[in-house]
Design a binder for this molecule. Structure first.
Ligand SMILES: NC(=O)c1ccc[n+]([C@@H]2O[C@H](COP(=O)([O-])OP(=O)(O)OC[C@H]3O[C@@H](n4cnc5c(N)ncnc54)[C@H](O)[C@@H]3O)[C@@H](O)[C@H]2O)c1
Length: 254
């Protein structure tokens, strides 16, 4: 087991890729703290992990709210004593191009995706430094941090910011034995992807058009991305710092 006796906090762990990460980490021996604002899916995921013999707790947290992030970290440390691994997965998407994006929409996407990654990273790093055990932080960027698209303006901004912040944080935290990296998933079959398709007004047509863009002619699976997150979180990647590791089925090399 790669994460035995480690405690991992996974934001967005109630659904999609974050849920696959929470399950895989628990299978690898970690105590898992799931932080999400989807209470029913979060409780259900934690309880399913426990029923398989793992250790997991759900903590309600809207990551766009700084106060809820502070509370979640306090409760997770009360429950598990420390945090060794942080996975910043929670995010929102907004399929709007530049000219249609309002100030409020831009701020909301940035708060949920970029500012939450900053706050969780800074405050968890302080705990890790205090506990003197080092640690590993895995952020979620996206292929959209690497290529453009007609829509998703605020999402592009947030994910580009996360990729760049990951490099700066990796340098800042290197002296404390804390590694910071990011994974950049390609199009992955999750509730979020289905929601994105719904937002276009024609779910099936949108899914077909997303699929047509995939060099592999299939979507990624959450468990495929979770394995990359495990690599970055564990000592298997002990010489990897500030990476933004693409796991996109070749989307960005075409
Ligand atoms: N699925 C893809 O195709 C894809 C592609 C590139 C990057 N990503 C990134 O991977 C990560 C996971 O994506 P996914 O497709 O699994 O998403 P998803 O929408 O299926 O799941 C996201 C999870 O985050 C939670 N969440 C959203 N906003 C939150 C908030 N304000 N506070 C707390 N929790 C919140 C949701 O409740 C949900 O459990 C995200 O960072 C996303 O940007 C996904």
């Amino acid at each position: 087991m790669k994460l035995l006796r480690k405690t991992a906090l996974v934001t967005g762990g109630a659904n999609g890729i974050g849920q696959a990460v929470a399950r895989l980490f628990a299978d690898e021996g970690a105590n898992v703290a799931i932080a999400d604002f989807d209470d029913s899916a979060g409780e259900q995921t934690a309880s399913e992990i426990r029923s398989r013999g793992g250790t997991a707790r759900f903590f309600h947290c809207d990551v766009s709210k700084a106060e809820e992030i502070r509370e979640t970290l306090r409760h997770a440390v009360e429950a598990f004593g420390t945090i060794d691994i942080l996975v910043n997965d929670a995010a929102t998407q907004l399929n709007k191009p530049l000219l249609e994006t309002s100030d409020e929409e831009f701020d909301q996407v940035i708060a949920t995706n970029l500012r939450s990654t900053f706050l969780f990273t800074r405050d968890t790093a302080k705990l890790m430094i205090e506990h003197k055990h080092g640690g590993s932080i895995v952020n979620f960027s996206s292929t959209f941090a690497h290529v453009g698209s007609p829509g998703y303006l605020a999402y592009h901004a947030s994910k580009g910011g996360i990729a760049s912040m990951t490099r700066a944080a990796a340098i800042a935290l290197m002296p404390y034995g804390i590694r910071v990296n990011a994974v950049a998933p390609g199009t992955t079959l999750t509730p979020g992807l289905h929601r994105g398709a719904d937002d276009t007004g024609d779910h099936d047509k949108a899914m077909d058009s997303f699929l047509a863009l995939q060099p592999l002619k299939r979507f990624g699976r959450p468990d495929e991305i979770a394995k990359v997150v495990l690599f970055l979180a564990s000592d298997d990647s002990s010489f990897v710092y500030g990476a933004d590791l693409l796991a996109d089925g070749g989307y960005t090399i075409l």
